[in-house]
Design a protein around this ligand. Structure first.
Ligand code: ATP
Ligand code: MG
Length: 356
């Protein structure tokens, strides 16, 4: 979205500021690719404290980021290439088709198009776009529109500036989610469904090199799994969070049975079921809109992707091959990081890998 002219850089930093955890990845550029120098994941909520997004202070991020930069020994003055992203309700993204327009008319025309297609009011809007292709037969252009509010961008930049940082690129989160895959894996055709399962929301992105781009947020994530456990097993937040890390969706059978008898509230569907239903609903919509149903795989990233049993549950319920995506697949890894294939870092890594 916000871009400065990107100079040639030797090292890059990607920062994914999540409501639950901040993720930072530090890369060094080598030949055509990258080498991992360092990374860190740090919670923004003190251990044991209940994560309730609406009650968390927006000024908690800067001290966490500053502390992480210190512990990673990153000199903020020397960073040449810093890529971050913003997501949430104040950012909107849509692929549209328009008649061919020359460069000089494109921007103003798209501003009007964006007002029609995106739910952000005109004066408040910062707009970015990318011409994806021009169709030879019809001379129509496929354009990806991305818009956010000035307010959202200002608060994001302020957080970074207060840690002594100055971003080179601020990306839209769902584009960054697509990039994690697109920059890492070479595929020619087909459609891929990427789910970035965070703490209170899941970014769903449908992407393929030739396919129509689609993105939406599902307002459920890791925190909702914890809430399910708190409710059905009568546990505190901390107990439920520990239980979740240990058993995921695969808790002890006997315990599950006795507890289900005492669970009066059966009206609420478990989180995994609602996520699967929402994904299916969106895929049906996608097939209608894009006329493409060549779904190859579902790829899971984000902290929630590590929930034991979720991959299997989604594979079965979506009836699609589902895998936990290894974002480090294409990276040179120093020995000490070899075993680390943490999908929670995927977005920060995708950001750091963006060259322009
Ligand atoms: N091993 C694990 N098993 C189950 N859940 C996990 C595991 N590790 C992390 N999580 C969950 O992942 C979530 C945090 O993931 P992530 O860092 O992607 O979220 P976030 O980006 O901060 O949130 P959001 O994108 O919603 O703002 C938390 O709910 C945490 O409990
Ligand atoms: Mg996130």
């Amino acid at each position: 979205m916000a871009k400065k002219k990107v100079p040639k850089f030797k090292e890059s930093i990607g920062i994914d500021i999540g409501t639950h955890s901040v993720k930072i990845v530090h890369l060094k550029r080598i030949h055509e690719g990258f080498k991992l120098l360092n990374y860190e994941v740090r919670q923004t909520v003190p251990q044991g404290l209940e994560y309730i997004p609406s009650e968390l202070r927006p000024d908690r991020f800067a001290p966490v980021i500053a502390e992480m930069l210190r512990s990673m020994k990153i000199n903020t003055k020397k960073i040449k290439h810093l890529v971050t992203c913003i997501g949430g309700d104040n950012i909107s993204i849509k692929q549209i088709k328009t008649i061919f327009l020359p460069d000089e008319e494109l921007e103003s025309a798209l501003f009007f198009e964006a007002k029609k297609h995106l739910p952000i009011s005109g004066g408040e809007m910062i707009l970015d776009y990318q011409v994806l292709s021009v169709e030879e037969k019809t001379n129509n252009m496929n354009v990806l529109l991305v818009a956010t509010t000035k307010e959202e961008m200002k608060s994001h930049i302020n957080t970074l500036v207060s840690c002594g940082l100055n971003p080179s690129i601020v990306d839209a989160q769902s584009l960054a989610v697509a990039n994690v895959f697109a920059l890492n894996t070479y595929v020619e055709d087909g459609v891929y469904v990427i789910l970035n399962i965070g703490a209170h929301r899941t970014n769903m992105v449908v992407y393929g090199p030739q396919a129509k781009f689609f993105a939406r947020d599902i307002d459920l994530g890791g925190f909702n799994f914890t809430k399910d456990i708190m409710r059905t097993k009568n546990m505190t937040f901390e107990e439920a969070e520990n239980y979740k890390f240990e058993y995921g969706l695969q808790g002890p059978q006997a315990q599950a049975q006795t507890l289900s008898l005492s669970t009066l509230d059966i009206s609420e569907k478990p989180t995994e079921e609602t996520i699967a239903l929402e994904v299916k609903r969106s895929l049906r919509f996608y097939v209608k809109e894009a006329g493409n149903s060549d779904f190859k795989k579902v790829l899971l990233i984000g902290g929630g992707a590590k929930l034991a049993g979720l991959q299997e549950y989604l594979a079965e319920n979506l009836n699609l091959e589902t895998e936990i995506y290894d974002p480090f697949y294409n990276l040179e890894m120093p020995e000490k990081f070899r075993e680390k294939k943490d999908p929670q870092l995927a977005l920060a890594l995708g950001l750091a890998m963006r060259k322009e």
